[in-house]
Design a protein around this ligand. Structure first.
Ligand code: FES
Ligand code: FES
Length: 177
């Protein structure tokens, strides 16, 4: 029986060498918040943290991870969705279908930990996840909102239709200076 430290708990699992971490998380540990998209390290839907580093779990063999290494999945960010990145995602209505979003949140969380006030270039470099629904602008706004301390404001959308929430970018710039 092998062991993994997931979300602060050491857990047993049994899998052939080479079994991707994603399948151990989903099928043995019941942590289905981490999604399978492409299986070839391209889309980022399967992103988790290993010792704080965003990692595509679909291509990471579980057997390559030591029990001393700390794995964090979307379920481990907070018990109740109260992590600042999760709150920003809700405040800005980031998801559409939602399938890619746990991976997006895990990538954004690691980025903001390393760079609390990332530039657009740093966001582009870190956020290589793919979203078929095209939520990229809202993902960027939510990251900026967290950098600005969670501040958002309401604005008309481009069609003059509904109200959308956008990050208060002026505030982001003020806090950066
Ligand atoms: S499922 Fe892992 S990167 Fe797409
Ligand atoms: S919200 Fe649907 S794939 Fe990203």
């Amino acid at each position: 029986m092998a062991k993994l430290n997931v979300n602060g708990k050491v857990q047993d699992y049994q899998a052939d060498d080479g079994t991707p971490l994603l399948w151990v998380l989903r099928e043995q540990l019941g942590l289905t918040g981490t999604k399978y998209g492409c299986g070839i390290a391209q889309c980022g839907a399967c992103t988790v943290h290993i010792d704080g580093v965003p990692t595509r779990s679909c291509v990471m063999p579980a057997s390559a991870i030591k029990p001393t290494q700390k794995i964090t999945t979307i379920e481990g960010l907070s018990k109740d969705g109260s992590h600042p990145v999760q709150k920003a995602w809700v405040a800005l209505d980031v998801p559409q279908c939602g399938f890619c979003q746990s991976g997006m949140i895990m990538a954004a969380t690691a980025l903001l930990k390393a760079k609390p006030n990332p530039t657009d270039k740093e966001i582009d470099e870190a956020m290589t996840n793919i979203c078929r629904c095209g939520t990229y602008n809202r993902v960027r706004a939510a990251i900026k909102s967290v950098a600005a301390g969670g501040k958002t404001k309401k604005a008309q959308n481009d069609n003059g239709g509904g109200i959308i929430h956008v990050a208060d970018l002026a505030e982001t710039e003020r806090s950066a200076s």
